[in-house]
Design a protein around this ligand. Sequence first.
Ligand code: SAM
Ligand code: SF4
Length: 266
Amino acid sequence: MYDRFDRNINYLRISVTDRCNLRCSYCMPEEGIQLLRHSDILSFSEITSFTAAAVKYGVTKVRITGGEPLVRKGITALVRMISDISGIEDLSMTTNGVLLKEFAVELKSAGLQRVNISLDTIDPEKFRAITRTGDISQVFEGIKAAVNAGLLPVKINCVIKESKKEPEAMEVTRFCQDNNLEIRYIRQMDLVTGHFSPVDGGTGGDCQSCNRLRLTANGKLKPCLFSDIELDIRELGFEKALMKSVELKPECGSKNETGKFYNIGG
Ligand code: SAM
Ligand code: SF4
């Protein structure tokens, strides 16, 4: 699918839940969120059929995200259903890593190719402060399990304030060098004020080359993270939502006053 600005839209990011087992300060309020009703959350068969439609129209790259995707019940079965769609060349997941030790082997055998794991510091106290509840040793174990299971390349998503030379980020950089992990630095964004910049080491945040569509856990297809535009796949039907979303994809993001990271999936 080509949009009005001749960008080849071939990348679908799917948020499979708005729930999370952490409360990162830049993503969720401490008290938690008003959770989506179960009936509003897309079923596995809706997610899979929608993905198959997107693949039919040229999507080749799919990422599963959240909230925390590993807290969605039956996630391995969903990964298997998606990986069975022929035409997907790259199937990945973004996770906070907390539950990866438990899931890495089964995710790999279900067809997941690789993971991005979020890690902004290697200091246990700072990690707890950022995530408000997290135990960093679980993430370290999750990273090891992902490498051992062959979910490669394992990439680390490191959120920074301004620069990758900040002390926390430098420590994460060293940790990645020592453990043969790739790293991408994501500047902390603000959806409401429209504060964003390209991801260092990754492909996000560069409007000119943006090839993404995002599906929220409750079935809204979003052509741009920094826009309020969304198309309801249940109301419109899958193909029409896809066509409209590509047609309305803005040349460049501005701001998003209605969405949240935990709902859209970053
Ligand atoms: N729970 C999973 C995780 O944390 O990896 C997946 C969902 S999370 C919303 C996806 C990515 O968005 C993570 O790498 C996270 O660090 C990033 N993120 C969340 N809030 C952000 C913000 N305000 N600015 C930049 N990145 C953010
Ligand atoms: Fe949860 Fe990921 Fe948001 Fe942190 S960034 S609160 S782990 S969804």
